[in-house]
Design a protein around this ligand. Structure first.
Ligand SMILES: O=c1nc[nH]c2c1ncn2[C@H]1C[C@H](O)[C@@H](COP(=O)(O)OP(=O)(O)OP(=O)(O)O)O1
Ligand SMILES: [Mg+2]
Length: 206
């Protein structure tokens, strides 16, 4: 991954903030695809892997740059694993609005009456790195982060479902963690560690 030229195949400002922090120690400043005129790709895959590949390939195709994509979401046990890959579209698919606030409200409504111990959930993050749009050997890594869906939002940081994502060992939500701690513990932070290790191994081979 070169210092100057990496497109982040995401339109999510929360992800961009986290990737900027995660990549800063390496001197890499990912360029958000929106700044390069890349529109959001349609996420037609049935897995995080497929969607991340679609997003990375689209951004690499349009910009001619190496691309990093993140497809992520929350898997809630009491909902049979939903919303999963549809996490960003959870409220919209139920005609309950759109965006983080409506998604959180829809998740709370879906879990109404479900007791605390049964509200187990995990975030998943798949990262795909493509050197170019036709890269036949994408680097693909994934990590999860265990937690529980709280019954009311708490905390001001993070994004997405973080105000509802309770971390029993920390006694707070992901939205209440400072940014550095979230990056150290999170699905995204740990997937990024793996990606960096894979990249280092690859450059060792070259
Ligand atoms: O650390 C996280 N903290 C809170 N919520 C999170 C996190 N990580 C993923 N999520 C939620 C946000 C969104 O509801 C879905 C990702 O959907 P996903 O399609 O990958 O991202 P997105 O549409 O927001 O932006 P984009 O596709 O342009 O990268 O999972
Ligand atoms: Mg998306």
């Amino acid at each position: 991954m070169s210092a100057s030229s990496l497109v982040l195949a995401s339109g999510n400002a929360g992800k961009l903030r986290e990737f900027s922090h995660l990549l800063a120690p390496l001197g890499i400043e990912p360029m958000p695809q929106g700044q390069l005129g890349v529109s959001d790709a349609e996420e037609t895959g049935l897995t995080f892997v497929e969607n991340a590949l679609i997003k990375a390939r689209h951004a690499a195709e349009v910009t001619g740059l190496p691309a990093l994509a993140d497809d992520s979401g929350i898997e809630v046990d009491a909902l049979g694993g939903e919303p999963g890959i549809y996490s960003a579209r959870f409220a919209a698919r139920r005609q309950q609005g759109s965006g983080d606030g409506d998604n959180n409200a829809a998740l709370l409504a879906a879990l109404e009456g479900v007791p605390e111990q049964a509200r187990t959930a995990r975030y998943w993050c798949v990262l795909v790195y493509l050197r170019h749009a036709a890269d036949p050997v994408p680097i693909i890594v994934q990590a999860s982060w265990e937690g529980r869906v709280l019954d009311a939002p708490q905390g001001e940081g993070g994004f997405g479902y973080d105000p509802l994502f309770w971390l029993p060992e920390h006694g707070m939500t992901a939205a209440a963690l400072d940014a550095e701690t979230k990056n150290r513990l999170s699905h995204r932070g740990r997937a990024m560690q793996q990606l960096l290790e894979a990249l280092a191994a690859q450059s060792g081979q070259a």
